[in-house]
Design a protein around this ligand. Structure first.
Ligand code: FSO
Ligand code: SF4
Length: 540
């Protein structure tokens, strides 16, 4: 196996024996083959000039196949094998409708057993592209597409789709098979990926807010009550909605974990009086937090950490694109309905969560809420009460070097405000950093996809201040990344023209030295240094 798609890639180069994430060689290879099959489908769609209306039922399968290969989403070899088989048969049916042309091997290979799949996978992985710059760009595009597909899947679950996004996924995946493309052409495809990243995040924002309302300032309880409960993790709000509907009146409480915390900010979910609060912290703390939670856990997406404890494993359920061997997977019926009764019944037999924290945290600062405070914000900037905003969106992770972000937040001058989104927030959202004239110093917009809100806020401020360049705003970007959704967020920011982003805790292993040079030269991207040096440089 060879995988270098996330920030924890072994040795800063790539995982070759087993993933740091816990993914074994078999799963890694099956994921590679699934991606290869999707490239084959894309080859058929693009070269075979498949009509767009033929793709309607295929799009959701593309999204969820891509999502299954995102870091920490799916560790279940059987589920991935089944998806490969399904997508090969989709591919072959599609070929019957395609204009006859010379298709790539990805569109024609056949495999009949797990052994054959693993053998084939050994020939088509990341390292099959020999030129390291082409490999770097191809992979960066593919990782961006994975993130894009994740957001497209959430939007689709709410009934929203943007054909430009879905069509681009085929175009980009097919392009990663094309040996005639030059480095320059792949660089421009990378930016085009960012452009579609903006589109998909706008789409998901529209889907979420049209269904669940605009996030608003909300105090979220981080303590517990004395009822049996279910913990819901991941990012999918439609799963949460169904779970809340089904637990209503049962005496079973629901808590969020990790990236599901921002669900509390939506007006729609406030009507459920069993929707109690957020339990714990970001994804990588789940091993201990799931033990003390006591009740069942529902994963709607990543990030799953392989459970060490058999008692915890028995309480884990997955749905959507997530999966873990030995954990029950809840499928949707043809109307998208999911039956969570088994989880609810299990919850009733288990003790209430043990309290690990108490009090509350405040969030809900997505674009609509921040714009409602625009006058206050603009005045504070004009008067000098706020000197600078720091966008510190992205992901958290288990590396010790991420303590940098807590230190950074603590040491920032008191006339600065942190704009955050994604699970990165857990490094500083409980620090009590105070407020500036009533504006909290940590403004949480929501999940990683809500980084879109931060871009909208920046663009609106640019308008308010009458600036011709987003980079003239008093906003600095110190972003933490972990998996492929962060890649699409980063590409989206680059597409919007944001310069001088600091990216940490380490730069992606998939950037070849030459590709890294382009990012430095064209966009001023850099890594992180020490907290003191970085703050000095940012404030100067
Ligand atoms: Fe985090 Fe995991 Fe949202 Fe990611 S929980 S790391 S970028 O899945 O999706 O921020
Ligand atoms: Fe390694 Fe990350 Fe790939 Fe897992 S997803 S195998 S940790 S690079």
């Amino acid at each position: 196996m060879f995988c270098f798609q996330c920030q924890e890639a072994a040795g800063g180069r790539g995982c070759t024996i087993r993933g740091v994430c816990g993914k074994n060689e078999g799963v890694a290879k099956l994921q590679d083959l699934l991606i290869y099959t999707l490239k084959g489908i894309s080859d058929v769609v693009v070269k075979g000039k498949i009509k767009k209306d033929e793709l309607e039922s295929l799009n959701p399968e593309m999204f969820s196949s891509l999502f299954m290969t995102i870091t920490n989403a799916n560790f279940d070899a059987d589920a991935i094998e089944n998806q490969i088989k399904k997508m090969i048969s989709v591919r072959d049916r599609l070929k019957e409708k395609a204009e006859a042309v010379d298709f790539h091997d990805a569109a024609t290979f056949q495999v009949n057993s797990r052994e054959e799949m693993l053998e084939k996978a050994g020939t088509i992985g990341v390292l099959a592209t020999e030129n390291e710059d082409i490999r770097s760009l191809r992979e960066m595009i593919i990782y961006g597409i994975k993130g894009m597909a994740a957001y497209a899947e959430h939007a689709k679950n709410i009934g929203k789709e943007d054909p430009e996004v879905s069509n681009f996924i085929y175009e980009a995946l097919a392009a990663t098979l094309d040996d005639s493309l030059t480095v320059d052409q792949l660089v421009s495809l990378t930016l085009k990926t960012g452009e579609h990243g903006v589109k998909v995040m706008a789409l998901l924002d529209e889907a979420n807010t049209s269904k669940y309302g605009n996030p608003e300032i909300t105090e979220v309880n981080i303590g517990v009550r004395n009822n049996p409960a279910i913990l819901v993790s991941g990012h999918d709000l439609t799963d949460l909605e169904q779970l809340l509907e089904q637990t209503k009146g049962t005496g079973v409480d629901v808590y969020t974990h990790g990236e599901m915390l921002p669900a509390h900010y939506y007006p729609y979910f406030k009507k459920y009086d069993n929707f109690v609060g957020n339990y714990g912290n970001s994804w990588w703390k789940q091993l201990s937090e799931f033990e003390t939670f006591n009740g069942p856990i529902l994963f709607t997406t990543n990030c799953i950490v392989p459970p060490r404890n058999e008692d915890v494993r028995k309480r884990i359920f997955t749905t959507g694109s997530s999966g873990y061997p030995g954990c029950k997977h809840i499928e949707a019926d043809e109307n998208g309905k999911k039956d969570f009764s088994e989880i609810i019944e299990l919850a009733k037999t288990l003790p209430a969560p043990a309290e690990i924290e108490s009090g509350s945290i405040v969030g809900g600062f997505a674009h609509n809420q921040v714009m409602a405070l625009a006058d206050k914000v603009v005045d504070a900037v004009k008067s000098g009460a706020i000197k600078k905003f720091f966008v510190m969106a992205g992901c958290d992770g288990r590396m010790k070097s991420r303590e940098y972000y807590t230190e950074f937040a603590k040491k920032l001058p008191s006339d600065t405000v942190i704009l955050t989104a994604g699970c990165a927030k857990y490094r500083y959202n409980k620090l009590n950093l105070g407020d500036i004239g009533g504006i909290p110093r940590v403004l949480d917009a929501g999940q990683c996809n809500d980084s879109y809100s931060l871009a909208v806020i920046a663009l609106k401020l640019k308008e308010v201040f009458g600036l011709d360049d987003i980079n003239k705003l008093p906003i600095a970007y110190n972003i933490a990344w972990y998996e492929q959704k962060a890649v699409i967020v980063l590409l989206a920011l680059l597409y919007l023209g944001v310069k001088n982003i600091h990216l940490g805790p380490t730069l992606p292993s998939f950037l070849s030295p030459n590709v890294a040079k382009v990012l430095v030269k064209e966009f001023g991207i850099s890594g992180i240094g020490t907290v003191e040096e970085d703050i000095e440089a940012f404030m100067g």
